[in-house]
Design a protein around this ligand. Structure first.
Ligand code: ATP
Length: 292
């Protein structure tokens, strides 16, 4: 079963549009939603939640239609957004008192447990929290009402590696409860190397791919070799190619053919970031390479 289904979602701003966004998150899956700055990740998440009004498309969560059952759906999802979620002058306890009554399955005991685990004090003011502490507070709230789907927008950006590691552990523990799903936007792709089951890439408002992470990682290889091996035909085997004096580095989906056609090259596994950069639309990829 899919905990989230997005079908044909469109949303236009003056200089940007989401174009028929379609993807799904199956139960038991941590889905990483990847794309460069401005690709449309936040706009997609805001449209799913009805915070931005889409011009077309259907959102189904737990099989329910967002257009008809928004109240029940929102009761069952946890949202962790980068900013704008809280009244900064309130203490954690006061903010919790504002939000908790909205949820039918709120658990004071779970909330106290999460604050403890995250070393947060109920009497602290939100404006006094660091960015990492605010993210932990948002996560504590989301996890204290037994959310079955977590929607998170760049939850790890700006966090130090220690907090990111802890955050990833919390996510793994959460999934172990069963029956849950996570959609997690990020451009810190190394986090996804560790925890994601599925990757969904968006670029310039369009979905480029949705694939299981392991299958995706198996289908790409980084190739390094002598530039003398490059000709018109072999160049076409690479989605992205950089030449630097004595060595070229490319990324390919045709590793077997590359090995036959280009003897002596070295092949390595690609990271999520390599795959993301290889799938940027042409002009932007060229720009990135020039900037690198
Ligand atoms: P980032 O990684 O930088 O957060 P993103 O992938 O989340 O990027 P969005 O925030 O969805 O990208 O922005 C996509 C595009 O939509 C950008 O060009 C942005 O300027 C535009 N946009 C977002 N919100 C609005 C708005 N309220 N009005 C007009 N344009 C907007």
């Amino acid at each position: 079963m899919n905990v989230l289904e997005v079908n044909g979602l469109c949303k236009s701003y003056r200089n940007f549009a989401l174009k028929e966004i379609t993807f799904s998150v199956p139960e038991g899956c941590i889905a990483g939603f990847i794309g460069v700055n401005g690709a449309g990740k936040t706009t997609t998440l805001r449209s799913i939640l009805g915070l931005a009004r889409p011009s077309a498309g259907q959102i189904r969560v737990f099989g329910l239609d967002m257009a008809k059952d928004a109240k029940e759906i929102k009761d069952r999802i946890g949202v962790v957004f980068d900013d704008g979620q809280f009244y900064m002058e309130l203490t954690l306890k006061e903010m919790k008192n504002v939000l908790a009554p909205a949820y039918s399955s709120w658990s004071e005991q779970d909330f106290a447990g999460w604050l403890d685990r995250f070393a947060l004090l109920p009497g602290q003011r939100i404006c006094e929290l660091s960015k990492g502490m605010r993210m932990k507070f948002a996560l504590a709230l989301a996890l204290s009402h037994k959310a079955e789907l977590l929607l998170m927008d760049e939850p790890t950006s700006g966090l130090d590696p220690l907090i990111r590691e802890e955050f990833l552990h919390v996510l793994t523990d959460y999934m172990e409860q069963g029956g849950k799903g996570v959609l997690f936007s990020t451009h810190i792709t190394s986090d996804l190397d560790k925890v994601a089951d599925m990757l969904i890439m968006i670029d310039r408002g369009r979905i480029v791919f949705q694939e299981e992470k392991d299958a995706l990682m198996d289908s790409y290889r980084i190739v390094k070799g002598d530039p003398a091996l490059l000709d018109d035909e072999t160049r076409r085997l690479f989605m992205k190619l950089e030449e630097n004096g004595f060595v070229f580095t490319g990324i390919t989906k045709e590793a077997d053919y590359v090995m036959r056609r280009m003897p002596g090259v070295l092949l390595e596994r690609a990271a999520v970031e390599d795959i993301m950069l290889a799938n940027l639309s042409g002009a932007e990829a060229a720009e990135k390479q020039r900037g690198a």
